[in-house]
Write a protein that binds this ligand. Structure first.
Ligand SMILES: [Cu+2]
Length: 174
């Protein structure tokens, strides 16, 4: 039974490491339509979350947030340097930021925030910077690992998605 405090400590540590704000999906085909779900595992210290902002990396197209009961939605739309074509129309501005606000997620509870996006065509790692505002304090999940650095070593890593090689044409999967 002497092993117990140690075990408890290890358990707490791993729970903390896994909490954060993370993406449910770890990888997806480049250029595909995907549902992305951001998981909020805890508040700021013990304070509840009332706002979550996700910044979409360049190349993510046509983002549509999923409404949540009790939360207000706002999007920031910016002009694109390189317009693209979707459904036969030229798209010259697109959603770059999505904010859910006005709700309250107590630190003791867990919730998820989802959106549909079309992913960039290029393979590689995609980072989504997230800001979490709480009744007291804020957390910025914006750290991106430098070359050779392990993401797990970061205090506040940005949620990451691995874009893999395309398996089939992505047109109209949505
Ligand atoms: Cu955490």
């Amino acid at each position: 039974m002497k092993i117990r405090p140690l075990l408890l400590l290890a358990l707490c540590y791993s729970q903390f490491a896994m909490a954060h704000v993370t993406l449910e999906q770890t990888s997806a085909p480049a250029g595909s339509y995907q549902k992305l779900t951001f998981k909020v595992g805890h508040g700021c210290e013990s304070s509840g979350t009332h706002t979550l902002t996700v910044t979409l990396p360049d190349g993510v197209q046509g983002a549509k947030p999923m409404p949540k009961a009790g939360w207000k939605l706002d999007t920031v739309i910016v002009a694109l340097a390189t317009p693209y074509t979707s459904h036969g129309k030229t798209i010259s501005s697109d959603v770059r930021e999505i904010t859910w606000s006005g709700g309250l997620l107590p630190d003791a509870y867990y919730d998820e925030f989802s959106m549909q996006v079309k992913l960039p065509e290029t393979e590689g790692k995609l980072y989504f910077k997230v800001t979490q505002l709480c009744e007291k304090g804020r957390l910025d999940w914006i750290e991106i690992p430098k070359d050779g650095q392990n993401r797990k070593e970061l205090k506040a890593p940005a949620p990451m998605l691995n874009l893999e090689g395309k398996s089939m044409p992505a047109e109209h999967q949505h």
